[in-house]
Design a protein around this ligand. Structure first.
Ligand code: 13P
Length: 262
C-alpha cells in the first residue's frame, strides 16, 4: 500500500489495555464519529486478542487496524509469537515495530526490528517503526546519534520502494506515559533531523512524502501545537487513545493544525 502524508496520521496504541467488550464499545463510538474525521488517517492498535472483534466493528469505515508486534517467521514452532500472515488474516494493515517498551522489556534490538520490518513489508503490512532516545541519552547530547543509528540499522537493506511503505514514529522515551511532552520545537528538531537523514539516504522525493509521527504524552490540549510543526505528520498516541472522546478530540486538533500549515 502506498502511503502519503497529505492528511495527518493518528494511531492509537492501546498497549496492554481493555477487554473485548471494552474494545468494541470504544471503536463503535469512534466509528460513529469517523465520517467527520475523513481528513485524517485513523488507525487503532489493540492487543492481539481483540483484533478480529475490532475489525468486525470498523469494517466499512475509514478506520484501519494495526497490531503492536509481529514475528518474522511465517509459521512454525515459535510458542507465543504471531506471524505476518496471521496479522493479515485478522484484518491488520499496520504493525508497530520496535516500540521502546518492547526494546526495554522484551529484548528487541535494532537487528530484530530490521527483520520484523522486512517480514511485515514482505506481507504487505505497513510497519510503524518506533525510535527515540532515553532521558540520559538526551542529557548527554546523544539524541541524534541514537535516532540516527536506529534509522540506519532498522532500515538496513531496504530499497526505495520499501521505504515508501514505512511509517516512522519518533517517541522520546522520557515523554512516554510521563505526562511530560517534548516541546514542539524539541520534537521538530528531531523530526527535521529524521527527514534530513531520509533525504540523504533515499532522496528528496521519498523523504518529503514520508510520514513521521510524534509520540509521548500526546493529549487533546497539546496536539495542535505539535502538529503545527513542519515535519510532524501525525501522532502515535498511548493513554489518550483509550477513550473514543479524547482520540476524536486529538484527531480534530490534528486536522485543524494540518490545514493551517498547508
Ligand atoms: P503515551 O501517549 O501514553 O505517553 O504513550 C505514547 C506511546 O508509547 C505510544 O506508542
Amino acid at each position: 500500500m502506498t502511503i502519503s502524508n497529505e492528511k495527518p496520521f493518528l494511531a492509537g496504541n492501546w498497549k496492554m489495555h481493555k477487554t473485548i467488550p471494552e474494545a468494541v464499545e470504544m471503536v463503535k463510538a469512534l466509528k460513529e464519529e469517523s465520517p467527520q474525521l475523513t481528513d485524517a488517517e485513523l488507525v487503532v492498535i489493540p492487543p492481539y486478542t481483540m483484533l478480529s472483534e475490532v475489525k468486525k466493528v470498523i469494517e466499512g469505515s475509514t478506520i484501519q487496524l494495526g497490531a503492536q508486534n509481529i514475528f518474522w517467521e511465517e509459521k512454525g514452532a515459535f510458542t507465543g509469537e504471531v506471524s505476518p500472515p496471521m496479522l493479515k488474516d485478522a484484518g491488520c494493515q499496520y504493525v508497530t515495530i520496535g516500540h521502546s517498551e518492547r526494546r526495554q522489556y522484551f529484548g528487541e534490538t535494532n537487528e530484530t526490528v530490521n527483520k520484523k520490518i522486512k517480514a511485515a513489508l514482505a506481507h504487505e503490512l505497513t510497519p510503524i517503526m518506533c525510535i527515540g532516545e532515553s532521558l540520559e541519552e538526551r542529557e548527554k547530547g546523544n539524541t541524534m546519534d541514537k535516532v540516527g543509528t536506529q534509522i540506519n540499522s532498522g532500515l538496513e537493506g531496504l530499497g526505495k520502494d520499501e521505504i515508501r511503505r514505512i511509517v516512522i514514529a519518533y517517541e522520546p522515551i522520557w515523554a512516554i506515559g510521563t505526562g511530560v511532552t517534548a516541546t514542539p520545537p524539541q520534537a521538530e528538531e528531531v523530526h527535521s533531523f529524521i527527514r534530513k537523514k531520509l533525504t540523504e539516504k533515499y532522496g528528496n522525493e521519498i523523504a518529503s512524502y514520508a510520514i513521521i509521527l510524534y509520540g509521548g504524552s500526546v493529549k487533546p490540549a497539546n496536539t495542535y501545537s505539535i502538529l503545527k510543526e513542519n515535519n510532524i505528520n501525525g501522532a502515535l498516541v498511548g493513554g489518550a487513545s483509550l477513550e473514543a472522546d479524547s482520540f476524536i478530540q486529538i484527531t480534530k486538533e490534528a486536522i485543524k493544525a494540518y490545514k493551517e500549515k498547508k
